[in-house]
Write a protein that binds this ligand. Structure first.
Ligand code: NAD
Ligand code: LMR
Length: 325
């Protein structure tokens, strides 16, 4: 068994957390040899509900869970934490875009960034789930100047998994046959799901997938999947979001499979023409607890236009919260 680590999850009584906490506690995120202390943060009015979640966690008798701390204080929640999953935020409703949540949610990520700066472990890894995830991650990062800026990531894994599922259904292949799908840009309707470098059963996806289906059906389906779920379910995705959060953190810590990569929202650094200053989704390899942008991919004109459009939106979101940066 490894040394016990603290994992903070915000919005602990919300929908996503209900699909997330039990899987973290079972060892699906950090491994079954990694004991944890869970730090669950909620707003004061949700503390009773959070107590109920804590009771259920206790009743699972998870051997890896050494303690559960429930609190409405960010300073308590993030103290000494090496992992933070920032889920606590308002979800959008029907007819809204994710960026319509910026004004409602931005201040949460500024407060949580400041608290992490004061009390979190210096090697913390942060995943922002609350929407708009990329810009909220930027706000948290900018509010925590004493933490490595690269520690702040935004969740694009749900989009990545959605793209895999669409291709598997279209090509009628098992999910495991698909590799090297990429999501570029923002977790929004402008995101660019790319199959330019993808493989299906080891063959270039462009030879297996009908290109008009890809351009006219798959791209919009992945871009609009969150809205379609809200329309159908009356609430935003929860279990699939929790699953993506587990996948994101697990791959960051334990590595992406040989020959494949994943998509993560990470600080832009000029790679692929995306200038510094936003949290942008790139294809990444993970190994030894670090992510690196997949190098040297050819970007054709179709892709260039799509990436630029989504990056432009990221900079517009950035401008809208400039006072918090
Ligand atoms: P929810 O309303 O069920 O739960 C959110 C919880 O956060 C609530 O319990 C609320 O009390 C809590 N909360 C609010 N402010 C808080 C604060 N300052 N500190 C701590 N907790 C706070 O919502 P949900 O369905 O769990 O979704 C959470 C967020 O995740 C939403 O913003 C949603 O849009 C987003 N989301 C992102 C993705 C993604 O792919 N990035 C996917 C799905 C949902
Ligand atoms: C999703 O992609 O399902 C989430 O971001 C929720 C939403 O608002 O679409």
């Amino acid at each position: 068994m490894k040394k016990t680590v603290c994992v903070a999850v915000t919005g602990g009584a919300g929908q996503i957390s209900y699909g997330l906490l039990f899987r973290i506690a079972a060892g699906e995120m950090l491994g079954t040899n990694q004991p944890i202390i869970l730090h669950l943060l909620e707003i004061p009015s949700m503390m009773d509900a959070l107590t109920g979640v804590r009771m259920e966690l206790e009743d699972c008798a998870f051997p890896l869970v050494h303690d559960i701390v429930c609190t409405d204080s960010p300073q308590v929640a993030f103290r000494d934490c090496e992992y933070a999953l920032l889920v606590g935020a308002r979800p959008r409703g029907k007819g809204m875009e994710r960026k319509d949540l910026l004004q409602a949610n931005a201040s949460i990520f500024s407060a949580h960034g400041k608290a992490m700066n004061e009390v979190a472990a210096r090697n913390i890894r942060v995943l922002v789930v609350g929407n708009p995830a990329n810009t909220n991650a930027l706000i948290a990062q900018q509010s925590a100047p004493d933490i490595d800026p690269g520690a702040f990531t935004a969740m694009m894994r749900l989009d990545h998994n959605r793209a895999l599922a669409q291709i598997a259904q279209h090509a009628q292949v098992p999910l495991t046959a698909i590799q090297r799908v990429s999501i570029w840009g923002n977790h929004s309707a402008t995101q660019y799901p790319s199959i330019s470098h993808a493989l299906v059963g080891g063959t270039a996806a462009s030879e297996v997938v009908d290109i008009s289906w890809y351009r006219n059906e798959m791209i919009p389906t992945v871009q609009q999947r969150g809205a379609a779920i809200i329309q159908a379910r009356g609430a935003s995705s929860a279990a699939s979001a929790a699953n993506a959060a587990i996948d994101h953190m697990r791959d960051w810590v334990m590595g992406t499979p040989e020959g494949d990569w994943t998509s993560m929202g990470i600080p832009s650094n000029g790679s692929y023409g995306v200038r510094e200053g936003v949290i942008c989704s790139y294809p990444v390899h993970c190994a030894d607890g670090r992510y690196t942008i997949v190098p040297d991919l050819d970007i054709d004109e179709f892709s260039r236009n799509k990436i630029d459009l989504s990056v432009q939106e990221l900079f517009e979101e950035r401008a809208a919260v400039e006072s918090l940066l």
